[in-house]
Design a protein around this ligand. Structure first.
Ligand code: PEP
Ligand code: MG
Length: 585
């Protein structure tokens, strides 16, 4: 049994499908002589498609952002056409019988050693370009999952080093029933998407790729982070029981979708959904959400092969609104950077601390045309027939000056829409509260916003100085930490005093223990992965506001995360015993 970080609840037993990424131990034995021709063809096919990609990206980026930003794709094209580089890969496949993945990994090592040793900054930066190109090539090689996984028996459990957000989005359309990764954490975007798909997932299981082979039986316990490869009959029987319990509970709870979201003593709640696109908006409606509390638009950009234009974005936002419960959505502007990158926006330079660097609105401010395009598309979507209420949400606000600047951006976008003869709708203007500095001066910031959405995933990592994607510090990155609870309580109180609606849209909103405490703090608006809505609604039906306040008071007396978590577990098991399969152990 291996222990990792539980990132998406549920228990599933299935067949492992290992994705050996190009950068992670790609050795798969040598090719048979008769496989060489096919392998070279795979490489050439991936190369051809990658060249097409970068050419069309270059054109699009040039017209929409500018020549300078587009130049990077010319560099990528020249790498893909480089005869020395291509010749090396071909030779390693044909003469040394390496797979394409293994050949690309060797290529990466070769250039890393060569270029990093040179004292020249320019050459050192080319390593990142080669890596980018190799990643693009690899993405065309991993089509295997599509064809192979269908032939496997039983539910498919993907085992990988780390899944990129775009890969997980793709997986959502495939029959994937569980995910185990070596890297990643609770709030990595891959984990967030796994949760939104209701796929049990465990991250941070070091070395699992070495211990697992495609075809192995594997158990994923996404409640407590356990993974068992080739279990013995006893473990298998025990987990089959848990798996059944979990499925039964999920089926049972699905019936509460039409019941009102309210506490046992009748206090109404907004249980909203976090979504990444139209498919999630549909599942939000199916799960009984009352609206969309957070639409992360970055996936539109991450999964798009080029820059989506204003009309294209407008169409997608309209489709999301049409599919959303009550046609209400809070649309967040691009939150790129940190663990998410799009090649046409991110500078080609390495940042030592990307989460504290050039991300989110900091990056949008530097691409005003691009940013305005998105704001215009959101404002125009608010005018469409299918929209009943649209909010615009700006991520990673740090100070008042940013809010002033953003207000000016919105005014400018409105003027541009008018000048173009289009219509726009009224949208509420909101900020994400996820930077500790903003929490400290929240009273000042509230004068400039219509509403607040607390991004606890980031707030916790910044407050605890613990990277949300680093398994080595996940013990620190805890939403139930006393320091976090104090800050959250203060923010909710400030918003209430200023009569500004406040929602919490980080992952903790969907966690039973945290939900109970937030309810006790006075929070009434929660936004979470759609898959969690039924269980949180069920828990709310068991809790009164005085009970939640009491739990909060008890928690505030305790001085460690573990004590708080243990206390809540015990209490919640008594309050809502039927939820035991999802209450984390
Ligand atoms: C958050 O930080 O809590 C949040 C909801 O935003 P994201 O996870 O997309 O950074
Ligand atoms: Mg965030």
């Amino acid at each position: 049994m291996r222990k990792g970080i539980a990132v998406s609840p549920g228990v599933i037993i299935g067949t492992a499908y290992c994705i050996h990424e190009v950068f992670v131990d790609p050795a798969r034995g040598l090719l048979e002589p008769h496989e060489i021709v096919t392998e070279i063809a795979r490489f050439e096919n991936a190369r051809k498609r990658s060249i097409e990609d970068v050419r069309s990206l270059q054109k699009k980026v040039e017209t929409q952002i500018g020549k300078e930003a587009a130049a990077i794709f010319a560099v990528h094209e020249s790498i893909l056409m480089d005869t020395v580089l291509v010749g090396k890969v071909r030779a390693w496949i044909s003469e040394e019988r390496l797979t394409v993945q293994a050949a690309l990994a060797r290529l990466m090592d070769f250039y890393r050693t060569l270029l990093e040793q040179s004292g020249d900054d320019y050459l050192r930066e080319r390593v990142a370009d080669i890596r980018d190109v190799v990643e693009r090539l690899t993405s065309y090689l991993s089509d295997a999952l599509r064809s192979d996984s269908g032939a496997m028996s039983g539910p498919t459990i993907v085992v990988a080093d780390e899944l990129l957000p775009s890969q997980v989005v793709m997986l959502g359309e495939k029959p994937v029933h569980g995910i185990v990764t070596q890297a990643g954490s609770q709030t990595s975007h891959a984990a967030i998407i796994a949760r939104s798909r209701g796929i049990p997932a465990v991250s941070g299981v070091a070395g699992i790729l070495r211990q697992t082979q495609t075809g192995d039986t594997i158990i994923v316990d996404g409640r407590d982070g356990h993974v068992i490869v080739n279990p013995d009959p006893e473990a298998l029987a025990a987990y089959r029981k848990l798996e059944r319990e979990f499925v039964n509970l999920r089926d049972e709870l699905a019936h509460n979708r039409d019941q009102p979201a309210q506490t046992k003593d009748g206090v109404r709640l907004e249980l909203l959904a976090n979504i990444n696109g139209v498919a999630d908006a549909k599942s939000a409606a199916a799960m009984g959400a009352t609206g969309i509390g957070l639409y992360r638009t970055e996936y539109l950009f991450l999964t798009h092969s080029s820059v989506p234009g204003e009309d294209e974005q407008l169409e997608i936002y309209q489709a999301v609104l049409a599919a959303s419960p009550n046609h209400c959505a809070t649309i967040r502007t691009l939150d790129i950077g940190g663990d998410k990158t799009v090649p046409f926006l991110v500078r080609n330079q390495h940042e030592a601390n990307p989460f504290m660097g050039w991300r989110s609105i900091r990056l949008s401010f530097e691409h005003p045309e691009f940013f305005l395009t998105q704001i215009r598309a959101i404002l125009r979507a608010a005018a469409c027939k299918s929209a009943s209420s649209v909010q615009i949400l700006f991520p990673m606000i740090t100070n008042l000056e940013e809010l002033r600047r953003l207000r000016a951006f919105v005014r400018r976008a409105e003027n541009q829409i008018k000048a173009a003869g289009h219509e726009y709708g009224k949208v509420a203007f909101g900020m994400m509260l996820e930077v500790p500095a903003a929490a400290v001066v929240i009273d000042q910031l509230l004068t400039l916003v219509d509403f607040v959405s607390i991004g606890s995933n980031d707030l916790v990592q910044y407050l605890m100085a613990a990277d949300r994607d680093n398994p080595n510090v996940s013990h620190l990155c805890q939403p139930l930490a006393p320091a976090v609870l104090r800050v959250l309580h203060a923010v909710v109180k400030s918003c209430d005093a200023a009569q500004r609606p406040v929602t919490l849209c980080g992952e903790m909103a969907g966690q039973p223990q945290a939900f109970a405490l937030l309810l006790g703090m006075g929070l009434r608006r929660f936004s979470m992965s759609p898959a969690f809505i039924p269980s949180i609604k069920e828990l709310a039906h068991h809790l009164t506001v005085p009970m939640a306040k009491q739990l909060l008071a008890k928690a505030m007396q305790l001085n460690t995360t573990r004590k708080i978590s243990n206390m809540l577990n015990k209490e919640l098991l008594m309050i809502a015993p039927n939820l035991h399969p999802i209450l984390m152990r």
